[in-house]
Design a protein around this ligand. Structure first.
Ligand SMILES: NC(=O)c1ccc[n+]([C@@H]2O[C@H](COP(=O)([O-])OP(=O)(O)OC[C@H]3O[C@@H](n4cnc5c(N)ncnc54)[C@H](O)[C@@H]3O)[C@@H](O)[C@H]2O)c1
Length: 319
C-alpha cells in the first residue's frame, strides 16, 4: 500500500495532447516522468509541445521562464515501455480512446508493474471497470479524468471501480492535490462520471432550444454567457439551490421539469448537421453557427486568455 510520500516517479503511456500535457504538470511539480510513445515523432512533438506550453504559461505569469527547460528535462521520453515504467509508482495511460487498445495496454502494465503501483486511465468516457476487466490485479486500476488543456483546467475526476480499495483512492487524490490539481472523487463508475453528465445535460437542452425554434444558436450561448454562466465559477447549482431555498427549487422543478428535453438519443438536428458535413471548425467553420478563420482563432485565444486569468486568480486566492 503506497502513500503519497512513496511516489517518486510517474510514468505516462501515450504522448499525444493529454500525454504531453499531463507529463509537464507532473514534471512541473517536481516529479521525474517516464513518457512512453510508440513513435519517435510523437515524442519529439511532445517535447516541443511541453516547451511551448510552459513558455506560454510563464509569459502570462503562471510559472517562470527559467523553470521551462528544467521541467522539460524531468520528462524522459522513450519508445520502450519498460524503460518508462522502471521505478514508477503511479502510471497514467493516455492512449487513443479505444477499448481494445486500452485493455491491451493495461494487461501489459499489469504484468510489468508490481501490484502496489497504481495504474490510472485518462479515458474521457469509457468505463475504468471495463478497461481493467482483462487485467489480473484490477484493484489498483482506476480512472483519472483530466480536462483539456490539462495544464490549465484544475479538475481531475478520480473514478473508482467496485474493486478499488481506499488506499488507491487516497493516494490518487493526494497525488493530484500535490501537483496543484483539484481532484474530485466519483464513487461510482458511471458513463460521463460527474462533470460530463452535468455538461451534456446542458448541451442537450441547448440543442433542443434551437431545434424547437425557441432561440437561435448565438442567442442560446449568449443567454448562458451573460446570465447564469457568469455565476457558475463562484456559485454552482447545489450552492445556488441552498441560497435561494430548496422550497423554491422544488416549486420551479415541479413546474418546469416536464417541459425540458429528456431524450435518450442524440438530437435529430445534430444528426442532420453531421450527415451534411457541418461539423464546425473542422469543416470550414460551419456548425451551429458559421465561423470565419479569424473568428475561430479569436474564440480559441479568448478561451486560453480567460483560463489563464482564472487560474492565476485561483492560485492567488489559495496562496
Ligand atoms: N483531448 C481531450 O480533450 C481529452 C480530455 C480528457 C481525456 N482525454 C482522453 O485522453 C486519452 C488520450 O487523448 P489525446 O487527446 O491525448 O489523444 P491523442 O490522439 O492526442 O493521443 C493519443 C496517443 O495514443 C497513441 N496510440 C494510438 N494507438 C496506439 C497504440 N496502438 N499503441 C500505443 N499508443 C497508441 C497515439 O500515438 C497518440 O500518441 C484518450 O483516452 C482521451 O479520450 C482526452
Amino acid at each position: 500500500m503506497k502513500k503519497l510520500e512513496d511516489v517518486k516517479k510517474i510514468a505516462i503511456i501515450g504522448g499525444g495532447a493529454m500525454g504531453h500535457g499531463c507529463s509537464m504538470v507532473f514534471a512541473g511539480a517536481g516529479y521525474p516522468v517516464g513518457l512512453y510513445s510508440r513513435r519517435a515523432e510523437t515524442l519529439e512533438k511532445a517535447v516541443v509541445g511541453m516547451r511551448n506550453d510552459l513558455t506560454f504559461l510563464a509569459d502570462r505569469g503562471l510559472g517562470k521562464l527559467e523553470d521551462v527547460e528544467p521541467t522539460v528535462a524531468r520528462v524522459a521520453t522513450t519508445q520502450n515501455m519498460e524503460e518508462a515504467l522502471e521505478g514508477a509508482d503511479f502510471v497514467l495511460e493516455c492512449v487513443a480512446e479505444d477499448m481494445a487498445l486500452k485493455q491491451d495496454i493495461f494487461q501489459k502494465l499489469d504484468q510489468l508493474c508490481d501490484p502496489d503501483v497504481v495504474l490510472a486511465t485518462n479515458t474521457s468516457v469509457m468505463s475504468p471497470t471495463e478497461i481493467a476487466s482483462t487485467s489480473q490485479h484490477r484493484e489498483r486500476i482506476l480512472g483519472t479524468h483530466w480536462w483539456n488543456p490539462p495544464f490549465l483546467i484544475p479538475l481531475v475526476e478520480v473514478v473508482q471501480t467496485e474493486e478499488t480499495p481506499q488506499w488507491v483512492i487516497d493516494l490518487t487524490m493526494d497525488l493530484h492535490r500535490a501537483i496543484g490539481k483539484r481532484p474530485v472523487h466519483a464513487k461510482k463508475d458511471v458513463p460521463g462520471f460527474i462533470a460530463n453528465r452535468l455538461q451534456h445535460a446542458l448541451w442537450r437542452e441547448a440543442i433542443s432550444i434551437v431545434e424547437r425554434g425557441i432561440a437561435d444558436p448565438a442567442t442560446v450561448d449568449e443567454s448562458l454567457k451573460y446570465g447564469p454562466g457568469l455565476r457558475l465559477p463562484v456559485m454552482a447549482p447545489l450552492e445556488n439551490a441552498d441560497m435561494v431555498g430548496l422550497d423554491l427549487t422544488l416549486s420551479i422543478h415541479s413546474y418546469v421539469l416536464k417541459h425540458l428535453e429528456d431524450s435518450h438519443e442524440p438530437s435529430p438536428l445534430l444528426k442532420e448537421k453531421v450527415d451534411k458535413g457541418e461539423l464546425g471548425f473542422k469543416s470550414g467553420g460551419v456548425g451551429f453557427q458559421t465561423w470565419t478563420p479569424e473568428e475561430q482563432k479569436a474564440l480559441r485565444a479568448n478561451m486560453l486568455d480567460y483560463l489563464t486569468k482564472a487560474v492565476k486568480q485561483m492560485n492567488e486566492k489559495e496562496a
